[in-house]
Design a protein. Structure first.
Ligand SMILES: O=C(O)C[C@@H](O)[C@H](O)C(=O)CO
Length: 271
């Protein structure tokens, strides 16, 4: 069984709140990234007291209200399906704060965590302010929504992006990695991928491998799965007929995304 591929396992944790994915330091080999996916029924509430962790709450689908008990943000969320391909709203909450999410409509919410000691202000990351980037050429085209990129100083260690890859294309490609704390050439960042596909029965392939192949797994990934990337290159290939969506959470000792392309495949960038 793969240690890197997590299937959704739905568990009602309080009335109207279903935990679908949970990646923690205890149940994974990650030290810097934790991730939860919750589904919240209209009127139901999910709350959490953060310890020495910061959290980015992403309104993947549906509408939610979010409060940190000082500020309240209402009717966040812009889409019924991630495949509407418009940016959505998120809220950054710093360590040692308590937040509560109330669903206005049926909602799917991603909770992205990383270690944090210095408290920063809570911040609404509005859909309208999210940078959209089109990357790549030929069959390597993808669209990126930069929710919490390293150019935005709102967080201590969290980086969050969502990526759309169309049918027959590749992303996180040519294969790159960020598993050496060796700036300015490469940063150390762990990563999780939360995947969805359209149509829903679709699948993608994701390979996670290191230079010495001590880690080398190729996974068939379906909607709702999470792939954990503790280290190594991590390309995604999308079969004809399906569109891929994934939400990436990255964190490490330094909040810089500096990746290193697999030298064997670097020629692909230079075409
Ligand atoms: O293909 C892309 O441009 C997205 C990836 O870079 C993805 O966000 C990732 O691999 C982060 O390390």
């Amino acid at each position: 069984m793969s240690k890197l591929l997590r299937k959704p396992e739905k568990r009602e944790i309080t009335q109207g709140v279903t935990l679908v994915q949970e990646v923690t330091a205890e149940n994974s080999q990650l030290e810097y990234v934790e991730f939860k996916l919750v589904e919240i029924a209209p009127g139901a509430k999910f709350s959490e007291l953060l310890g020495k962790q910061e959290c980015c709450i992403v309104a993947l689908t549906g509408k939610i209200n979010v409060t940190d008990h000082e500020e309240t943000f209402k009717n966040l969320g812009t889409r019924e399906s991630v495949f509407e391909k418009v940016p959505t709203d998120s809220v950054y909450v710093s360590n040692d704060r308590r937040f509560e999410i109330e669903a206005v409509t049926q909602a799917r919410v991603a909770l992205c965590y990383s270690p944090s000691k210095k408290q920063l202000p809570t911040r609404l990351i509005k859909a309208a302010d999210i940078g959209i980037e089109n990357r790549g050429i030929l069959n390597n085209k993808r669209t990126v929504h930069n929710i919490l990129p390293d150019s935005d100083p709102s967080a201590n260690s969290l980086l969050v992006v969502e990526v759309y890859t169309e049918s027959g294309n590749w992303s996180s490609y040519p294969p790159h990695k960020h598993d050496r704390d060796n700036l300015p050439d490469e940063s150390f960042l762990e990563e999780t991928y939360y995947h969805e596909m359209n149509p829903q029965q679709g699948f993608v392939f994701q390979r996670v491998y290191t230079d010495d192949r001590s880690l080398d797994e190729t996974m068939t990934v379906e909607s709702g799965d999470v792939v954990i990337v503790p280290s190594g290159y991590h390309p995604v290939g999308v079969p004809d007929g399906y569109t891929s969506y994934y939400l990436n959470v990255m964190a490490g000792p330094t909040r810089i995304w500096k990746f290193y392309n697999d030298p064997d495949h670097e020629w692909i960038v230079k075409r």
